[in-house]
Design a binder for this molecule. Structure first.
Ligand code: SF4
Ligand code: MG
Length: 319
């Protein structure tokens, strides 16, 4: 069974311009990331803010052009697509954004906001489009009467439901969810996450779920990739990752999560240093300035990614 998406050696560098417009440096926002998305699964991408997760999501959908690598969607490289092919693929690959407030046009009624993707893709008659909007509104937990309302009339959670509804309008197979709850009040996080889970089952969706909160990622994801300074340092099935985290960065992320089972053992892994500037990443292993296990080798040589048990990949000299 062919994966829905195969990302191979993806790099996205941003040039940083100095005085007089000369390119002085590059930010390696995404640096050689490889992973696959199986059909119907949720792949969680976790890491501190600024680690490149959002850029990775945007690059896969080609909202920004890659520097190098491939993103093979259903057998075809997104980065080789013509404009017409890309438009068709965009119908299949949607995005839910972190901030539903700024992604909704304040001057448009919800009905028009939701209908827009259908108009762009030339789908259905006016009546069919209206029916689709009403159907999707109820599926995301809103009501038909919301059709004529404006974004400012909704709460944050309702606005994110609208953002999710808009992504669903064109019957996508893949949705990139970029921190879909982090702008919302904590009290409604589980409502939105459970809605995403329910819609996934209903529509057979595949999710790339990006977040900095590993508890949320754990709750929704079948597999997890851990990012640090543009690199995916570890990836594994969710249970494997939590049972036996290998990379020190993963161990530190997990050890910061409160223990829920009584008697569960827990040693806090505390990191030294601060997150280095992506403009000046460390030599060798990008994590060595913070890793309590770092050796001389780590400063000099970048570790290769290895599969240590089936489906469990880690980039660290210890393995
Ligand atoms: Fe730590 Fe070295 Fe492993 Fe990097 S390669 S995570 S510095 S032990
Ligand atoms: Mg982000």
């Amino acid at each position: 069974d062919r994966p829905l998406l195969e990302v191979k050696g993806l790099k996205k560098y941003f040039p940083v311009r100095g005085a007089l417009g000369t390119t002085v440096q590059e930010v390696k926002a995404v640096n050689d990331v490889t992973f696959t998305l199986k059909r119907g699964e949720t792949f969680g991408m976790v890491g501190e803010s600024g680690c490149g997760k959002s850029t990775l999501g945007r690059t896969i959908l080609r909202l920004t052009e890659p520097t190098e690598g491939q993103a093979i969607y259903d057998g075809r490289d997104v980065f080789d697509m013509t404009d017409a092919q890309l438009k068709a693929a965009r119908q299949d690959m949607q995005m839910v954004f972190q901030d539903p407030f700024s992604s909704l046009n304040p001057r448009k009624r919800i009905g028009a906001i939701l209908e827009e993707p259908l108009v762009i893709h030339g789908i259905g008659t006016a009546q069919e489009r209206t029916e689709k909007v009403l159907d999707i509104l109820t599926r995301v937990g809103l009501q038909a009467e919301h059709y004529y309302r404006y974004p400012h009339e909704f709460s944050g959670g309702q606005r994110q439901r609208i953002g999710i509804a808009r992504a669903l309008m064109v019957d996508p197979r893949l949705i990139v969810c970029d921190e879909p709850v982090s702008a919302l009040d904590v009290s409604i996080h589980s409502q939105i996450i459970n809605l995403l889970k329910q819609l996934q089952a209903e529509f057979g969706l595949t999710y790339l779920f990006i977040a900095h909160d590993i508890s949320i990622v754990r709750y929704i994801s079948d597999r997890i990739g851990v990012m640090y300074l543009g690199q995916m340092v570890e990836q594994a099935a969710t249970d494997d990752l939590f049972a036996a985290p290998k990379h020190t960065h993963t161990q530190a992320l997990l050890s910061a999560v409160p223990v829920t089972q009584p008697g569960a053992r827990k040693e806090r892994v505390v990191l030294g240093g601060e997150i280095p500037s992506p403009l000046d990443p460390p030599s060798g292993c990008v994590f060595h300035t913070r890793c309590p296990m770092a050796t001389e080798l780590c400063k000099q040589k970048a570790p290769a990614r290895r599969e240590i048990t089936e489906g469990h990949h880690v980039a660290c000299h210890l393995y």
